[in-house]
Design a protein around this ligand. Structure first.
Ligand SMILES: NC(=O)c1ccc[n+]([C@@H]2O[C@H](COP(=O)([O-])OP(=O)(O)OC[C@H]3O[C@@H](n4cnc5c(N)ncnc54)[C@H](OP(=O)(O)O)[C@@H]3O)[C@@H](O)[C@H]2O)c1
Length: 304
């Protein structure tokens, strides 16, 4: 029987909320699983259950009757997904989607970044091992590349709308694949609707391929104002990342390395449209002409 019931673990978050909303809209019966200590607002329309995320017993009880478990826990908790995986298998879930939603780990050739992403990588290894041992449960990893709307708001693209400045990394011409949160949510829905085609594999999706300079041009046209460029060398970012690691501050080292990896001129990892599985999932093909409308939509959500 097709997947009907879905638990979203971390449903209150940036990814969890739109994923929960899209699943409900697509007709799935959704249960949000929150931490016992959580005070977060859970998405409307979902059943809500609380569990002790360190207890397989508590999680198994919360996950009873769920056909699929989508984990969208915070970056800080991605290394702590094993009890959720164990519980999902015990509860008889057919599919587990781990908290990934970034770069496809098989494609990251940057050693330090891979080390910093160790929590996700180790979880994926554990998930693969456990689903091999318990073949009634399968897994799907989903890479979505950096989030576009969330990333614009979070400063990932270097924009400061109030002061009309943009940090441009190296030349600003490195292409970056990116997805809006609604597109990420659609990808999760599509995976669960295509159970057999998406089992036990890593799926890559992306909505646009853009450069920072293209985003800058669109923003300037929309706002009728020129943005002052603050040039940033990604080699300096990497040095800052290394210095943070030397001080044992791994958290602070991640963003500089991530920015350098995504936007730097020299990494040669440029994402190509054919790298994406959009068609397999029935999602729209990468169309960079849509970026303008995406920027317009994002600007409407901003005060500046
Ligand atoms: N590609 C990108 O640009 C990008 C950007 C951001 C995030 N991501 C990835 O997307 C996934 C989800 O991230 P997110 O930003 O959606 O997460 P988030 O909003 O920071 O957190 C999601 C939820 O996780 C739960 N949680 C469980 N353990 C937690 C802990 N120890 N600390 C804090 N929250 C905890 C909380 O839910 P309750 O309170 O309901 O328990 C929280 O609301 C992660 O894998 C992250 O790395 C990717």
């Amino acid at each position: 029987m097709a997947i009907q019931t879905v638990a979203v673990v971390g449903a209150s978050g940036n990814v969890g909320k739109p994923v929960t909303q899209a699943l409900i809209k697509a007709g799935f019966k959704v249960t949000a699983i929150a931490r016992e200590s959580s005070t977060s607002t859970q998405p409307e329309g979902a059943n809500v259950k609380k569990a002790d995320f360190s207890s397989v017993e508590s999680l198994t009880k919360a996950l009873e009757g769920q056909d699929a478990v989508v984990i969208t826990v915070a970056s800080a908790a991605v290394g702590e997904q094993n009890p959720i995986i164990d519980a999902a298998i015990k509860a008889g879930a057919k599919r587990i989607i781990p908290s990934e939603f970034g770069h496809n780990p098989a494609k990251i050739k940057h050693q330090t970044l891979n080390t910093l992403l160790g929590g996700k990588h180790k979880t994926l290894e554990y998930l693969i091992e456990q689903t091999k041992a318990h073949p009634a449960t399968s897994w799907t990893g989903i890479a979505t590349e950096p989030f576009f709307d969330w990333g614009l708001s979070a400063g990932l693209f270097g924009l400061d709308l109030k002061n009309k400045t943009i940090k441009v990394y190296d030349s600003g011409n490195q292409t970056v694949a990116t997805s809006r949160l609604a597109f990420v949510a659609d990808a999760v829905v599509s995976v669960l609707q295509r159970e057999s085609e998406t089992a036990n594999q890593y799926i890559s999706v992306a909505e646009f391929i853009v450069t920072q300079n293209q985003v800058k041009k669109i923003i300037e046209e929309e706002l009728g104002a020129e943005f002052q460029v603050i040039p940033v060398k990604t080699s300096d970012l990497e040095e800052a990342g290394k210095a943070a690691i030397a001080q044992g501050n791994y958290g602070a080292s991640f963003v500089p390395f991530l920015l350098a990896y995504n936007f730097g001129d020299s990494h040669g990892h440029g994402y190509k449209a054919e790298d994406a599985d959009n068609e397999k999932l029935g999602l729209k093909a990468i169309n960079s002409a849509d970026v303008k409308q995406a920027v317009k939509d994002w600007l409407k959500t901003q005060t500046y």
